[in-house]
Design a protein around this ligand. Structure first.
Ligand code: ADP
Ligand code: MG
Ligand code: MG
Length: 875
């Protein structure tokens, strides 16, 4: 038998997610549980992969299987494709392994053509319903095949409404809808150059191909990059017989969560619309009713639904997000999945499920997406400023948090400004999947239309971005550069503030303050720490950062960059004096001024870390970074230093480098000017002695890190400066202080010769920023200019500076780990690049056996959770 590419729902189950996609696997699972699911079949993700390897074609073997399964579906339903008396109508629904809401396409009512429509309208006696279904089919099919975006056809509908003098889509008559369907078909022909297909089989294959193609549309590609979803997964396609929510007032469609996705509170939470189909609820066409109102309108259906929801929660042991349709009073389940939720809700739900005895603490730790924690740690409004402000309007609290920014009206504008680091709030009538990039760069999102489950709300919650939706009072005057609210006009660039937890909108900028971390968060983090095997440290250069990181649970400092301390106003003069010194004596005199300042900094950091290990890196950047560059500053500095401006000019010129990142920096500075390393060592050791004396109960063990080493002899040279200085100080003080000397592994040559390096280094810290840059041969600062082209052309799927390149850079890390441990079995291994706070990179660190990861303070909780999950995955 040839390979199987098609499965009836009854042939699959929930475990077949990779093959059937999330939607298909869960439809199969619900079918198996005996729930009311319209019958259908699923074309596998493997068929999608084949579609691409076969040159964007559906192979004959796959085609045959699909046709055979249509035959089976006709038998099961007793309906026939294209049969005017009893037509089989289907939906063609995309569904990949990972949920990608709204990123790919779905087509409803497929199988309709003029002959079927006429007969069907007569048979049902409900021509409005039939033409409504027909125009929806043409609209969705054309939209997908023509790739023109949803707004394109919506405009024609709006024109029709205006023409008829109505505002609600329900007021359009059968004739209006018939006319619309003709207009849509004309658009299709104009754009595609052929008649709109009438043969259901041709329609079906057109739709399947379109879904396969939608896997690679720009917004899906962008979403995958954001969510680390590999492009070779492909999407499955579900073909399902239609049930109709647009049959009249006893029919409807809705979406619901088994718990509140914003707060985590238990209980049904959702919205529905009567006489509506498909995405009407989330598209914000009419304002939907809340699920409680269903209880009043149709208690029997409500109770049946509630029973199914309870059964699904018990079955999946997680909060469910469900789509349903009611056809003339009969309930059908169309989708279920583990629901997306805010960070706050995620923590509450996980704790509640543990308390309800549904899951173990291990499962609770596993079920939270570490990336989401970010949102929890993000700012809230300053309480005093908030109390003093008066809202100008109130919409739905669609995604919590506080946002303050300048008004922007298009996704492109918001993305452009956001990329420049400006704070923007995106204000839209409603959002569509095409807006995803702008939404990502916005601090907050405000929409006039749409409910709690609108596109804007769902996507914003997933991103942890503040969102207020459904603020119907907003007016949009022509021109697209302003909105009105409460009689006031707000222009592009005006400051506004959004409170995503209350729905309030303010016409002024309100200061934001860091969030407080609640009890559920603490419980989960405690459980996570029980499972975690890697330590989590922080990258901190000041006592304030170090204290913040301690509060978030950091167990030491993995990287303290000493140069940041030099940039402060009162120190820059001393460092400049050191740089322009001509003799070692002059240089030592300048360094002597810096010594007490550095010692004070280190004491503050040791104090903040309360005896946890502290890794301090010797001076790293090219010296010319510290020098003044404009003329006024140069003259001023020359005056301060008692030298001629010309002389200072020539010093600055002599420090010029063609390629500073690969120039005179790192340990090369200590090779040329050993006094620098000696002074820094003195500050590190003296501070440690002082703090140890003040806190005899702590074990202050400084770890001195020598940067940018590529050759063991240069490491040995600098190490000797460090140990000579440190040992003398310790002997002089008559104390028993331990310290370690190690290095960063950030030059490929160091990784390749890691066994030699380890003969001198007591620890390695992988500096994966530089290691990535040196391995790829492009710099982080310049890569932004061309990486987009690489994503577009599918050469890279993600930014190697954000997510560790495991194939290349990772191989160097693994090699260095192996060689290092061979030469020195008890060597301490850690990572301090940006990657130390990235969950997928942390998983890699666990796999290769690092002792710790180190990341910025706000990423510490993310790293703790990701490290726990990695430990559990590697058990
Ligand atoms: P998405 O992945 O964007 O949510 P879906 O495939 O779930 O797209 O389809 C969107 C909506 O279309 C569903 O929520 C449902 O309301 C409607 N729908 C899909 N298939 C059917 C069907 N067979 N019968 C009735 N409605 C359907
Ligand atoms: Mg959708
Ligand atoms: Mg859906």
């Amino acid at each position: 038998m040839s390979h199987k590419y098609v499965y009836e729902f009854s042939e699959g189950d929930g475990s077949m997610r990779n093959l059937l996609g999330g939607k298909g696997a869960n439809l199969a699972e619900m079918t198996g549980l005996g729930m009311p699911v319209p019958q259908g079949f699923c074309i596998t993700t493997e068929a999608c992969t084949r579609y691409y390897t076969d040159g964007e074609q559906i192979g004959d073997d796959i085609r045959d299987q699909i046709v055979a399964y249509i035959g089976r579906l006709e038998e099961m339903t007793g309906k026939k494709f294209g049969d005017p008396d009893n037509p089989l109508l289907v939906s063609v629904r995309s569904g990949s392994r990972a949920s990608m809401p709204g990123m790919m396409d779905t087509i409803l009512n497929l199988g309709l053509n003029p002959t079927v429509v006429d007969a069907f309208a007569k048979k049902t006696g409900n021509p409005r319903f039939v033409y409504d279904s027909y125009r929806r089919f043409i609209q969705m099919y054309s939209d997908v095949v023509m790739e023109v975006g949803k707004a394109y056809f919506e405009e024609l509908i709006d024109e029709m409404k205006e023409h008829r003098g109505v505002t609600d889509d329900l007021e359009l008559t059968a004739d209006d809808l018939k006319e619309l369907s003709e207009q849509f078909k004309a658009e299709y022909k104009a754009k595609i150059g052929s008649e709109f297909p009438t043969d259901p089989i041709e329609q079906l294959f057109g739709a399947i191909k379109a879904v396969f193609r939608s896997w690679d549309n720009p917004r899906a590609v962008y979403y995958r990059r954001l969510n680390d979803i590999p492009s070779d997964w492909g999407t499955a396609v579900n073909v399902q017989s239609m049930v109709f929510g647009n049959l009249g007032d006893t029919s409807g469609t809705g979406v619901a969560f088994s718990r509140n996705p914003a707060t985590g509170d238990k209980g049904l939470y959702g919205e529905f619309l009567m006489n509506a189909q498909g995405e009407d609820v989330v598209a914000g066409i009419r304002t939907p009713l809340t699920i409680d109102q269903l209880k009043q309108q149709n208690p029997a259906v409500y109770d049946e639904f509630q029973a199914i929801v309870d059964k699904l929660e018990d079955h999946y042991r997680d909060m469910q997000d469900m789509e349903f349709t009611i056809e003339e009073g009969k309930l059908f389940m169309l989708q279920t999945r583990n629901g997306k939720r805010t960070a706050a809700a995620a923590f509450k739900i996980a704790c509640d499920l543990v308390d309800e005895g549904q899951i173990s603490t291990e499962q609770a730790v596993k079920m939270i997406d570490p990336k989401q924690i970010d949102a929890l740690l993000h700012p809230q409004f300053d309480a005093a400023e908030l109390a003093a402000a008066t809202p100008i309007g109130k919409g739905l609290p669609a995604s919590p948090g506080a946002a303050c920014g300048q008004v922007s009206f298009t996704a492109e504008d918001a993305a452009a400004k956001g990329k420049r680091g400006e704070d923007v709030v995106l204000v839209r009538l409603e959002t569509t999947p095409e807006d995803i990039e702008g939404m990502h760069y916005a601090k907050g999102i405000l929409t006039a239309r749409g409910g709690m489950t609108s596109h804007a709300a769902v996507v914003a919650r997933g991103m942890g971005t503040c969102c207020v939706s459904g603020l119907g009072d907003i007016g949009f005057p022509p021109g697209g550069t302003s909105f009105t609210l409460g009689g006031v006009t707000y222009n592009e660039g005006d400051w506004i503030s959004l409170d995503g937890s209350t729905g309030n909108v303010y016409g002024v900028a309100i200061k934001t303050v860091p969030a407080e971390i609640g009890g559920y968060f603490g419980r989960i983090m405690e459980w996570a720490d029980e499972f975690r095997t890697m330590k989590v440290r922080t990258n901190a250069d000041s006592p304030t950062d170090a204290a913040q990181a301690r509060e978030f649970g950091a167990e030491g400092i993995g990287l303290c960059r000493t140069e940041h301390m030099f940039f402060e106003a009162d120190r820059i003069a001393a460092i400049r004096e050191m740089i322009v010194s001509k003799t070692p004596e002059q240089r030592e005199a300048a360094l002597a001024k810096l010594l007490p300042m550095q010692r004070g900094d280190f004491e503050g950091i040791y104090e903040a870390m309360e005896g946890y290990p502290v890794t301090i890196r010797l001076l790293d950047p090219p010296l010319h970074e510290f020098l003044p560059h404009d003329e006024d500053d140069i003259v001023a500095l020359a005056g301060e230093m008692n030298i001629a401006a010309d002389e200072l000019h020539s010093v600055i010129d002599s420090l010029h480098e063609f390629n500073p990142m690969m120039g005179h920096r790192g340990c090369r500075l200590d090779v040329t000017y050993p006094e620098i390393g000696a002074m820094q060592t003195r500050a590190i050791i003296e501070a440690a002695i002082n703090v140890q004396k003040r806190h005899p109960e702590w074990h202050v063990v400084p770890e001195i890190m020598i940067p940018l080493v590529g050759e063991v002899k240069e490491l040995a040279f600098v190490k000797k400066i460090v140990t000579d200085t440190a040992d003398a100080l310790i002997a002089e003080a008559g104390v028993d202080l331990k310290y370690l000397v190690g290095t960063m592994i950030e030059i490929p040559r160091a990784a390749i010769t890691a066994d030699e390096i380890a003969s001198e280094a007591e620890f390695f810290s992988f500096g994966t920023n530089d290691l990535t840059q040196m391995t790829f041969g492009f710099s982080r600062d310049d890569a932004g200019k061309f990486l987009d082209a690489y994503y577009e052309k599918k050469i890279y799927e993600s930014d190697p500076f954000a997510r560790l390149d495991q194939t290349g850079v990772g191989k160097l890390v693994e090699l260095a780990v192996d060689l290092g441990r061979q030469a020195r079995p008890d060597i301490k291994l850690g990572i301090c690049g940006e990657h130390g706070g990235d969950p997928s990179s942390i998983e890699f660190c666990q796999k290769v056996g690092l002792n710790y990861v180190s990341c910025s303070p706000f990423r510490v909780p993310i790293a703790r959770l990701a490290a726990a999950q990695s430990a559990l995955a590697n058990r």
